[in-house]
Design a protein around this ligand. Structure first.
Ligand code: T4K
Length: 421
């Protein structure tokens, strides 16, 4: 039990968790049956190029999202590029700045200009009013993101896209098996893209999927995914290699088998965090939208520095020193990252909500690696940091901002320059 401030690992005490807890630690799949399945794939002689496991994976994903078509890919980043190419987008694409950099990079990579709009302060998804202000003669599409599994304001964004004759496709990397007003994510806009990266609650080690009800678009995506081949030897477009392989598909299928269990674990963890953090001033767990069903794969906190007594960055440093590897997704917003920060073209409107979220939002570990005991320890630490905020701030100041890091922390330690409140 840590009682004096010198016992905090950031001040040289012993970390609570020698083996760190991660945001995004892969959920454990039934290893025995997975190994049997992987052996059978390896023995089958078909390892990639639209094999039976990939086709089965696509069938399952299409069924679960109520979509007519699913095109499995090697990851979501390339899937977004393929959709953009398949829809012949040109010029500018409007997307939120408050997202993983892959959303922006995917567009830039295919020669489009990402233009950043602000997000809604409650759902953290693309604000239709801000997006409307970004529309120019060069805009060809809107690319909203269902961040944390929270659905976008699909109705307003569809109406906006229609009014300006823009394509609409969604980055649904966080939102597999989520629903908006009972309707599955995967059926909105011209297409939606999921990620099945190892850090996602269901995963294929690396993987992505394009889902669409537009058969023609699906066919084009399929062709672009495999070098632009329209049949075995005929090339009809400049394609890429974005195929999912059979081993990844086999992992993905096993992971999908466990989806109910993994979702209930996430929900249980969310409730546990909520219970233990209620009453801690300055810490707020972000809620899902009222009519959404979400997969709960991100535990997202807002730190109010004034009320909590320490800044978000300071809280993260203290947690990480203890082996609780909290993250600050997605700080700074994409508009502050290279190369977008260099040109006003990318940021035509002010982004006050993005700035605010990027400075105050953080994520805590969840998933099958965590039980109530670990969650209690994380919350207890937050409670203690708040209770001892004044002594902690004084001690940070005394040390000139120099804090100790966890021995396994890959983030380079930097002095804390900001003053504690
Ligand atoms: N759009 C959005 C909105 C996204 O969030 C993402 C990806 C994409 C598009 C693109 O999807 P993909 O092309 O990746 O399919 C991670 C993931 O790499 C990335 O997929 C994810 N979003 C993003 C939010 O988080 P990093 O750089 O934070 O990953 P990394 O390697 O630091 O992993 C996080 C932690 O998880 C590690 O510190 C340790 C733990 N971990 C991770 C892996 C991979 C493990 O314990 N074992 C593992 O195997 O980006």
């Amino acid at each position: 039990m840590k009682s004096a401030v010198r016992h905090f690992a950031a001040f040289g005490g012993r970390p609570i968790f020698e083996r760190p807890l991660h945001v995004g630690a892969p959920n454990v799949i039934d290893t025995e049956s997975l190994v049997t399945e992987l052996r059978s794939v390896l023995m089958s002689g078909t390892l990639t190029n639209n094999g039976p496991r990939v086709r089965e994976f696509e069938t399952v994903v299409a069924a679960m999202t109520n979509s007519r078509n699913c095109v499995a890919t090697c990851n979501a980043t390339v899937a977004l590029q393929i959709v953009a190419r398949a829809m012949d987008l040109t010029g500018e694409v409007i997307l939120p700045s408050f997202t993983f950099i892959a959303t922006a990079h995917a567009m830039q990579w295919v020669g489009l200009t990402p233009v950043f709009a602000d997000v809604d302060p409650v759902s953290h998804t693309l604000c239709p009013v801000s997006a409307a202000q970004c529309i120019s003669a060069r805009t060809s599409a809107l690319l909203p993101v269902h961040l944390w599994g929270n659905s976008c304001d699909v109705e307003s964004l569809s109406e906006l896209a229609e009014r300006h004759n823009l394509k609409l496709f969604f980055d649904a990397s966080h939102a597999f098996n989520c629903r908006r007003n009972q309707r599955p994510i995967g059926t909105f806009g011209q297409a939606e893209v999921f990620s099945f990266h190892a850090t996602k609650f269901v995963h294929a080690v690396e993987g992505g999927a394009i889902v669409t009800n537009n058969d023609e678009l699906a066919e084009r995506c399929r062709m672009l995914r495999s070098f632009g081949f329209s049949c075995m030897s005929e090339v009809s477009d400049v394609g890429t290699n974005a195929k999912m392989n059979e081993l990844c598909a086999a992992v993905g299928l096993k992971s999908l088998d466990l989806i109910d269990l993994l979702q209930s674990i996430n929900r249980r963890n969310q409730q546990s965090y909520r219970r233990h953090l209620s009453g801690v001033s300055g810490v707020r767990l972000i809620d899902r939208n009222a009519n959404d069903f979400t997969n709960g794969q991100y535990v997202v906190l807002m730190i109010d520095e004034h009320a909590f007594g320490l800044s978000r960055d300071q809280v993260i440093r203290f947690l990480r020193a203890e082996g609780i590897f909290a993250r600050a997704y997605f700080s700074p917003g994409c508009h502050r990252a290279e190369p977008y920060c260099r040109s006003a073209l990318h940021t035509p409107v002010p982004l006050p909500i993005t700035e605010q979220l990027a400075a105050n939002i953080m994520q805590l570990p969840t998933g099958s690696a965590l039980g109530n005991e670990q969650i209690q320890a994380v919350c207890h630490l937050l409670q203690r940091l708040h209770r001892q905020r004044r002594e902690v701030s004084r001690e940070i100041e005394r040390r000139g901002g120099q804090l100790a890091s966890h021995p396994h922390d890959p983030l380079i330690s930097a002095p804390l320059l900001r003053e504690a409140a």
